[in-house]
Design a protein around this ligand. Structure first.
Ligand code: CTP
Length: 402
């Protein structure tokens, strides 16, 4: 999810996040200098707490210079202001990254020990905490560590597992601090995660069913999977999601308002209840273009003649949204069995869309998809075939510049 656009976003926006970096006494403590320097260059506010042991490996002066701020080590150091420092630091942090995180610090936090500045701040913090594990391979393999990690995970602490490689203790194995860029990427992904908070997104999904008689209907093979995958990821990114779904067998998504409908007319009605209040629409539903003019009250009986059912046009919900568009970002889908791009361009224009996502009808009801994202200037981006969850992520990341 990380790309260079994000770093620009962080530097230029109001989102100057506060990252508190805890440095403990593993040999890879020297790598924290690189992490601090890179995060600082990206525009984050950085404060550093070192344990006493860490100061044996890298000098506070080095980290202080890179962080452009005083490094905190001692709980009882005299200061010019009267803040309770461990509390104010805990409150200041939007995220705490402990890198390297030794066997010792993980053990202390897991067992409620707060006997120095870093362990005290972590224990008082409400911010998300990431431990980037680094230690000797035998310590790494000690089951006590894994008990502590799993206990902490249950309390919501996050871990950046170590890599395998040549270790300072002259052996090869697991315990090496993860590459600095990967650690930074995980931190940035965390911040990026809620990038859609405050946005309201309306999504239509699934098929519609247009009744002919009490037991028969006109419909199509759409599974709803693509729309539900978009809904799920948009929710994960912090958006408020309203999902208007035709019949499908997808599981409900926790935290999403899901409105179930059967017919195109019902979908149309529900969409326009919400449309004027949303920022973005993904029209993913495979809406039936026609419905029976008259629905037979009783089961239609066969006879020797051919059966003719008169069909009338359903409203084109997306076309109507395009007509009434104010500030909404309007994204349509387009399923074609031939002339994919040509037809997609026509629908993009006709329905007044900001983006159209073109896919081949062979992916209907499949778990996979292969799509082309087309913007309103007709720039195309092709995505390789992947499962629908992956495609949903790629589409949203592209559309929202994540
Ligand atoms: N759509 C809609 N209401 C309809 C038909 C389609 O909102 N009655 C939306 C779909 O959700 C999709 C887009 O319009 O986002 C294109 O749908 P598609 O079925 O590919 O095309 P149609 O416009 O129905 O055109 P055709 O069936 O002729 O290909």
């Amino acid at each position: 999810m990380y790309n260079e656009t994000l770093s620009v976003f962080v530097i230029q926006g109001d989102n100057m996040k506060n990252i508190l970096i805890g440095v403990t006494g593993g040999i890879s403590a020297y790598k924290s200098a690189n992490i601090i320097s890179k995060l600082k260059k990206k525009g984050y506010n950085i404060k550093v707490i070192m344990t006493k042991n860490a100061t044996e490996i890298i000098t506070p002066l080095t980290l202080e210079t890179l962080a452009r701020d005083r490094v905190v080590i001692d709980m009882w150091e005299k200061k010019s202001n009267y803040d309770v420092e461990h509390i104010s630091l805990a409150e200041w942090a939007d995220l705490i990254l402990v890198a390297p995180a030794t066997y010792n610090i993980i053990g202390k936090i897991a067992n409620g020990i707060a006997d120095d500045m870093l362990s005290t701040v972590i224990s008082a913090a409400k911010a998300p905490i990431y431990f980037a594990i680094a230690m000797n391979v035998n310590m790494y393999e000690n089951p006590i560590l894994h008990e502590n990690i799993s206990k902490l995970k249950n309390y919501g602490y996050n871990f950046i597992d170590s890599d395998e490689g040549f270790l300072a203790c002259n052996t090869t194995g697991k315990g090496r601090l993860r590459n600095e860029d990967e650690i930074i990427k995980i931190v940035e992904t965390h911040f990026n995660y809620k990038i859609l908070s405050g946005k309201k997104i309306l999504i239509t999904a699934g098929r519609t069913e247009e009744k002919i008689d009490p037991i028969r209907y006109l419909s199509n093979k759409s599974s709803g999977k693509m729309g539900y995958s978009i809904a799920k990821y948009a929710k994960e990114l912090g958006a408020e999601v309203i999902l208007i779904a035709g019949p499908n067998s997808q599981e409900d998504i926790k935290g999403i308002t899901t409105i179930k409908v059967n017919t195109a007319l019902q979908m149309y009605e529900k969409v326009f209840e919400y449309y004027s209040n949303v920022d973005t629409v993904f029209a993913v539903a495979a809406v039936a273009d026609y419905r029976a003019k008259d629905i037979s009250k009783n089961k239609i009986k066969k006879n020797d003649e051919n059966l003719v059912i008169e069909l009338v046009r359903n409203p084109d919900i997306l076309f109507e949204m395009g007509k009434q568009k104010e500030n909404q970002l309007l994204i349509g889908f387009c399923a074609e069995s031939e002339n994919l791009i040509e037809n997609a361009y026509k629908k993009l224009e006709k329905k007044n869309l900001d983006y159209i996502i073109a896919n081949h009808t062979t992916y209907f009801s499949s778990n996979k998809n292969k799509v082309v994202l087309i913007d309103k200037n007709k720039n195309n981006i092709e995505f390789d075939e992947a499962n629908k969850e992956e495609i949903a992520k790629k589409l949203l990341n592209k559309i929202f510049n994540i």
